[in-house]
Design a protein around this ligand. Structure first.
Ligand code: ADP
Length: 239
């Protein structure tokens, strides 16, 4: 249960303007952290900062013992990405390049890694299919397999079920939970409180301009904040 990430009193933002402040949390090996918050609260900004794609304005992000090549990333999807003209296998195998080893030809170990990732996500039968002809749920599984190729230990997922129908959402959540049970650390941005309650071990809730909660899922569910977020989401759902 080693410590993998420590975020210490971070201020994050753009061009010198803070989006959110006082971000403090720790992720241990095997945790499943769900990052909750309203639209625009800074969840994606935090993921980008964790990946080093955005500078930290104040504070420090410590990746502890995690190494390059142990971290996989599934970005938020856009319509353009969904239209990508490549085969499933090509996309999955391109995850191996994200490990920082670029070769002009595909290595045997990369092929094996891609085959294993496709098997884990139940998409082996689709390997020769064109990505843009797949359903949204299948496309997300392909991108998750790609992230798995890049990662041995930690997956960062930004709103992975966006745009999927309820069954495909559920299937993807179950697959992510299975990866977590097999030892993979998961950090997932979501505004889906039900997924957080069902699957996560820890919750980080970001509010307007600051962190509102970090702790175990159980403590979050029993907190005033957790209760009011659950109730407000349920009210929205019932409308
Ligand atoms: P969330 O993921 O919680 O919806 P984001 O992290 O995407 O929120 O955005 C947080 C805030 O940062 C928003 O107000 C957004 O407008 C702003 N923001 C996001 N990306 C940029 C950018 N590239 N430049 C300037 N501001 C940005």
């Amino acid at each position: 249960m080693g410590k993998q990430i420590e975020c210490k009193n971070c201020t994050l933002g753009y061009e010198g303007v803070p989006v959110t402040e006082g971000i403090n949390f720790t992720v241990n090996s095997g945790d499943y952290l769900c990052i909750l918050g309203e639209n625009g609260s800074g969840k994606s900004t935090l993921i980008k900062s964790l990946l080093g794609l955005r500078p930290v304005m104040k504070g420090d992000i410590d990746w502890c013992e995690a190494k390059h090549g142990e971290i996989g990333y599934l970005p938020q999807q856009t319509v353009v990405q969904r239209d990508f003209p490549a085969s499933v296998r090509e996309i999955v195998i391109s995850g191996c390049m994200a490990k920082g080893k670029f070769h002009p030809f595909i290595l045997k170990e990369d092929k094996e890694r891609a085959a294993k990732a496709m098997e884990q996500l139940g998409i082996t039968d689709l390997e020769k299919h064109c990505y843009r002809e797949l359903s949204g749920g299948q496309q997300q599984r392909v991108l998750l397999a790609r992230a798995l190729c890049a990662s041995g230990k930690i997956l960062l997922l930004d709103e992975p079920v966006t745009g999927l129908d309820p069954k495909a959402q559920n299937d993807l959540y179950e697959m992510i939970a299975k990866l977590n049970k097999s030892g993979m650390t998961i950090i997932m941005v979501s505004h889906d409180i039900h997924a957080a309650v069902k699957y996560a071990s820890h919750v980080l809730h970001i509010g307007s301009k600051k962190q509102l909660f970090f702790g175990t899922k159980e403590d979050y569910v029993n907190s005033k904040l957790g209760q009011s977020f659950i109730n407000s989401e349920e009210a929205e759902h019932d409308e």
